[in-house]
Design a protein around this ligand. Structure first.
Ligand code: LP5
Ligand code: MN
Length: 244
C-alpha cells in the first residue's frame, strides 16, 4: 500500500552537506506509488530559477528528478526562504508546486509551511505581505543574480539578528490562527513546519478532537518525517517525540 511522507525545513545549501546526504540516503526508502510532500524551506535560500545552473541546484534537482522517475510523486510548498522557487525549478526536479494551505481531501490532511499562522510576529507578516506580491517579485527577479544573492544574504543576517530580540512566543503559531483553520477545514489534521518545534498537539473544538502535527527542521542532531499509511500518521523524528 502506498504511503505519504511529509518533511519541511531542510534548509539545504552547499553548506549543509550532512543534511543533503541524509536526505539523499533517505529518499531510496520511498517506493514507487508513494508521495513525498515537502512543506517549505527545502532550500536555505532561493533567489530565482535562473540559479538552476548552480552546481548544487543541479545536483539537487537531478536527485529529485531521479526519485520522480522511480515513480515517487513529489510535491512542494513554498517556505519563507524559497518562495521564489518557480515552475522551471519544478520541471527540473519533476515536482508539483502546491498552494499554501493545501487540503488533501482523500486523506483529510491540511498542509502548510506554517509561517502564515505566526500572526503575532507583526514585522514578519508585514514583510511577507510585501514580498509575496507578484509585482514586487517581478521587480526583484529583474535584478542581476549576484545582486539578488547579496540582498538575500543581508536579509538573512537581519533576520537572524531580529530573531535574537523577538520574544519566543511571537515566533510560534498564534492559537487564534490555528483555531480559525481547524474551523474552516472541520475534518482535517493540520501538518506544518517553520517553527522547528516538533510536536503533536491535540485540541478539543466544536467539531471534535483535532490534531496539529509540527515537523522538525533537519539539523545536525535532529531531523525527521511524518508517514501516513492507511489513515494513520506516524512520526519518525530524531530525537523522538515525548510520549504524552
Ligand atoms: O528565516 P528565519 O528562520 O531566519 O526567520 C523567519 C523570518 N525571516 C524571514 C527572512 C528570511 O530568513 C530571509 C529572506 C530569504 C530570501 C528570500 C529570497 C530573496 C527575496 C528577497 C526578499 C526581500 O523570512 C523572521 C521570522 C522567523 O522566521 C520566525 O517566524 O521572525 O522574520 C523576520 O526576521 C523579518 C523581520 O522581522 C522583518 C524584516 C524586515 C526587513 C526589511 C528589509 C527590506 C525588505 C524590502 C521588501 C520590499
Ligand atoms: Mn520557514
Amino acid at each position: 500500500m502506498s504511503k505519504l511522507y511529509f518533511i519541511a525545513d531542510l534548509h539545504l545549501s552547499t553548506d549543509t552537506v550532512q543534511e543533503y546526504h541524509r536526505f539523499a540516503d533517505w529518499l531510496p526508502s520511498l517506493q514507487s506509488g508513494d508521495r513525498l510532500y515537502i512543506l517549505g524551506d527545502f532550500l536555505e535560500v532561493w533567489v530565482g530559477d535562473d540559479d538552476l545552473d548552480d552546481p548544487f541546484a543541479r545536483q539537487l534537482t537531478a536527485l529529485l528528478h531521479h526519485t520522480a522517475a522511480r515513480g515517487v510523486s513529489l510535491f512542494l510548498q513554498h517556505g519563507n526562504r524559497d518562495f521564489l522557487l518557480g515552475e522551471r525549478f519544478a520541471q527540473a526536479a519533476g515536482l508539483t508546486l502546491l498552494p499554501d494551505p493545501c487540503y488533501l481531501p482523500g486523506e483529510q490532511l491540511l498542509l502548510s509551511h506554517g509561517d502564515q499562522l505566526c500572526l503575532d510576529d507583526h514585522d514578519y507578516q508585514r514583510f511577507r505581505a510585501e514580498v509575496r506580491q507578484p509585482q514586487w517579485q517581478q521587480a526583484f527577479l529583474a535584478r542581476p543574480l549576484s545582486e539578488r544573492k547579496a540582498f538575500a544574504r543581508q536579509l538573512r543576517e537581519q533576520s537572524e539578528a531580529q530573531k535574537r530580540s523577538k520574544p519566543l512566543p511571537i515566533m510560534d503559531v498564534a492559537d487564534s490562527a490555528v483555531q480559525d483553520w481547524l474551523a474552516r477545514w472541520p475534518d482535517a489534521i493540520l501538518i506544518h513546519g517553520h517553527t522547528h518545534r516538533a510536536a503533536q498537539h491535540r485540541y478539543t473544538t466544536p467539531s471534535g478532537a483535532r490534531q496539529r502535527w509540527v515537523l522538525p527542521d533537519w539539523h545536525a542532531e535532529r531531523w525527521g518525517f511524518l508517514q501516513w499509511q492507511a489513515g494513520q500518521l506516524q512520526a519518525h523524528y530524531t530525537p523522538p517525540l515525548d510520549t504524552p
